[in-house]
Design a protein around this ligand. Sequence first.
Ligand code: ZN
Length: 280
Amino acid sequence: MKLARLGNMGHEVPVLVTDDGYFDLRGVVDDIDAQALTPQGLAKIRASVGTLPVLPDAAELRIGAPVTRPSAILCIGMNYAAHAAESGSAPPERPILFLKTPNTIGGPNDGVNIPKASTKTDWEVELGVVIGTRALYLESPADSAAHIAGYLTANDLSEREFQLEISGGQWSKGKSSPGFSPLGPWLVTSDEVDSSSLRVRSWVNGEPRQDSSTADLIFDVDYIIWNLSQFLALEPGDVILTGTPAGVALSGRFPYLKAGDVVDIEIEGLGHQRQVFGQA
Ligand code: ZN
């Protein structure tokens, strides 16, 4: 299933997206939130297919992030070897975790402001994983799949000076400006996604930047969930960003973003985003 949230910020309507259109889920779930993303919530949605009312004028509505109010956005750093190299780092021996604040979440096509005092705002297309069942102390990576609700396209927007030069070694200051986590346009449930080799791409002002595959992840989705679960509890609705491939401005090969720039990102099967940048 493809799930989305349509409407103005803070007033989004949960919908099921099919080839026949957009169907209103308000009679079935409160929102696409932690409760809706549990196996029970998704089963309820699945059982409602065929009985749902069409949402009128859905194509005219703003597309919101397909999930709301996660307890955490957990991000993996340096998870593609070529990106680690362009960042001047060796590939990590174990997953590197940093956090973004959940209030960074925006819709896939919402405008984003470059932060005040920023000169190094950068893009990062990433496969996002949404948790469906609490995960803590999983015994092996093979146990991870049962804890995944679905997948989505994410942009892990980053300010490199804040992240790397004036952060004291913790990255989150450069990752948590308002609007820095565009998600969507949809969440695709895990039964319909093979996350092992999805094409992952980005463009700036129409020029190609990143073009890679999740097949090149150093730590795959199952390994990440198993590993994180040794240290913390992953809750239903939580979003994991799995890392970005080579082709970001930090490499020195491309200029950082400025007001007026347009960033496009896309993950095969998970949809396309476009952000126009302004200035805070
Ligand atoms: Zn990232």
